[in-house]
Design a protein around this ligand. Sequence first.
Ligand code: PMP
Length: 287
Amino acid sequence: MIIPKGIQAGMIWMNGNWVEEADAKIHILTHSLHYSGAVFEGIKCYNGKIFKLKEHIERLFRSAESLFLSQHFSVEEISQICEEAVIKNNLKNAYIRPLIWRGSESMKMHSDILSTNIMVAGWASNRINDEESYNLTLSYWRRSHPTTMPIHAKSASMYNMMTIALIEAENTGFDDAILLDLAGNIAECTTTNIFFIKDNLLITPNTHNCIEGITRATVIEFAPRLGYTVIERDIKPDEIKGFDACFATGTAAGIRNIKSISYDDEKIVFDGADIVRKVQDKYSSIV
Ligand code: PMP
C-alpha cells in the first residue's frame, strides 16, 4: 500500500470503527472512484481546537445531500468523531479530512444496493497562512455553471476540473489559476476564494459561482475591524490592474498573498504584501 507522502494518518474512522491507516481499505471497483460521487471537507485544528467545526460538517452534509449521498450519522456525531481523531492520534495542529463516498456493491450508475460510506482521517499540519506569495494565471477552463452540477458541493467531480486547471497553470510556470465563470467574471482559484483590496474596500466575487468558503466568511466577518468595507460583486478581469493588493483564502492555504496575475500577455504585479500581512495576522489571531 502506498501512503501519501508526508502524511501519517494513524487511526482512521471508517463507517463507525477506528482502524489503522494500513487497514482502511476499499475495493478497486468502488463506485465513487469511477463516477466521482464523493464529497469531503478540509478542516484545521490549531493548538488542539478545531476551527469552525460545525460549519465544516454542516457544509459536508449539504454537499452529500446535493449528490444524494444519504447516511445516518448526525452533524453532532461526525463533529465528535473529528474531535476524537485529534485526540486518538495525539494531534495538536492538524488537518482533518472527512469523506463521504458511494460503495462497491454495484457498478451500475445507480442502484438501491449501493452503500454510502463515511470516514474521518487526521494528520499533523502546522501551517496557518501560506508563507509563499503566488503568481496566478487565468485558466482556459471556466467554473461550472450552477445548471451543470451542484457547484457549491465540495465534490470530487468539482476537484477534477480544479486539478486540470492547476496542472496547466503549473506546466506554464504559475503557482495556481483563477477560474472565471461562464459570464466572464472572476469565480475563484483551484482551492481558494479570492479577494482584492482597493483603498479601504475589500472586494470579492459573490458566491453564485464559487465555494462558500469558511475562511472567506471569516475574513468578511473581521474585515470591518481592520477598517475595510466588504463588497461582494461581479469582478471582471479587466478590473484587476486597478487593485492595490490581492489575496486568496482557504482552510489549508489560510490567507495567501497573491504577487501577480497574468492574462492576455499582461502580468499585473501587486505590491500589497504588507497590506495582506495585516489580514494574515488577524486571521492567525482568530484561529
Ligand atoms: N474554493 C475552492 C475551490 C476550494 O477548494 C476551497 C477549499 N475548501 C475554497 C474555495 C475555500 O473554502 P474554505 O475557506 O472553506 O476552505
